[in-house]
Design a protein around this ligand. Sequence first.
Ligand SMILES: Nc1ncnc2c1ncn2[C@@H]1O[C@H](COP(=O)(O)OP(=O)(O)OP(=O)(O)O)[C@@H](O)[C@H]1O
Ligand SMILES: [Mg+2]
Length: 506
Amino acid sequence: MAAARPPGRLLLEGIQNALDASAMEVSVELFPDGCVIEDDAIAGFADERLVYTVFLSDKPDEPTKRGRMGRGLKELIASMDGARVETVGTTVTFDDAGRHVARNQRTRGTRLELDRTFSAPELDEAERLLRLVVPPRGTTLKVNARPVRRPRLHLVLSPVDLETVVVRDEVERVVERDTSVSLYAPRRGEEGHLFEMGIPIGPLGTPWHVDVGQRIPLGEGRDRPPERWLLRLKTILVENLIHRYLDRRELRADWVQEVIAGGRLEARTLDAYVSAVFPRGAVLSSGSRANDRARQIGAHVVDVATMPRGVAQTLKRVLESSDAYVKRRATEFGSTPVVPDATQAAFGELVRWLARQIAGSVVRVEFFRAEPTADGLMEDATTDTAARLVRFNVLGGLRFDDPFDPTTLGVVLHELAHLDTPEHDRRFIDRLQFLAGAVARLSSEEGPRLVERFYAGVGKRDPDTVVGPIPPRFATTDDVTEVRGDATEPASGAPPADPDVPSDVS
Ligand SMILES: Nc1ncnc2c1ncn2[C@@H]1O[C@H](COP(=O)(O)OP(=O)(O)OP(=O)(O)O)[C@@H](O)[C@H]1O
Ligand SMILES: [Mg+2]
């Protein structure tokens, strides 16, 4: 079983032991036919039986000692073809003939010589893993004579309450304990890993190395803690880092999504997540009608189909659905239909006419009255794409008496662009650009008449203005026939038709 572990993982057992023995210098040499691990810990092995007795450990049962099972060294030795453990005063040799113990003159530290052939890829992979180690401050670790550089410390979280392992009555037990968690910037070419007091455990998906200052509950192979424990650690990271250290891109990373889906985040953190990741006014998608309507009245609809189930489930705690949003806003707006006065009616007619001229669409125009919502939103206009209905708020900021006021004309074009799509997407932008261009051209060619048209509708700005018949090119578009029936629509709030203006465009 031990031999099936990657060689690098086995060698880490030797480094773990040296660090636990408080060595100041540890070196590892890798060769195609074996390797040597040497340390300078003062005492060496306290008892030769620790070298070969499975499950024998003499470490004080402290969560800050990495070893606890009494088997790591034995697994390392067992997976080799032969080995020599030379420690203070004693050398234990394992060869084809068995185990031999001899006295020696060594006064400090331990040298492990391990015999086994390694392929070149195995050696490369082992070196990569050993170089991941974060040596404790003050300890030098050399791999193939080159020191392993400590990564740059990013920040330390402390105290952090995490489950750790103690051994009581010869049984490993999991207990909660305060510790510190250090985050390091990965060295060049490294991905963020989880570490147990400097010993790499496995990739974590985070942008930093995360080093836990106490034992981590680990199963066979020591390369993965239980999912529950990992989720807790990642949740703690998100809770502590969201306000300063996690940018929008990072918040979309898988490890954060896992935390969101895990559902353990405090509401406050979840709110911070939502406001960092989604635009203001985000709602969760529901039915397509509700989504369209929500977009029209200013919401940003987030498609739940594109997110993991658990994430959507959690976000429901802090985000409204488009459906709920539309209902809430409808009551908030308390929008009441309004019968337009002469100016508004003339404005409405101009909008209908513009819709035909530049957008090639027949629309209905209505007016309503709506106060700003509690959050200060004031809706100037809405368009129901399917019903081809454009509605204007008489309490909004639009200049019904001056439709060529740039802001007002801009809103009109915006609404007309929505006849193509309720979204504010690429297609919408293209359409809006086109309409802006079209209205600019129309104004340059027909400007004065455009203005005359409007004031004729208002009928009171300048009684002396003579309004002639609409120029033929305005009156003979294809949709004129459609418009005839439309002109009788009560909802359009049309003013009495001017006898001089053809009824199809009144
Ligand atoms: N380099 C070393 N210097 C001093 N003592 C060591 C060294 N390596 C191992 N030992 C001693 O040998 C014992 C057995 O080591 P082993 O790795 O088998 O178990 P462990 O470290 O106690 O637990 P684990 O199986 O969790 O690693 C250790 O408890 C320690 O007392
Ligand atoms: Mg050990």
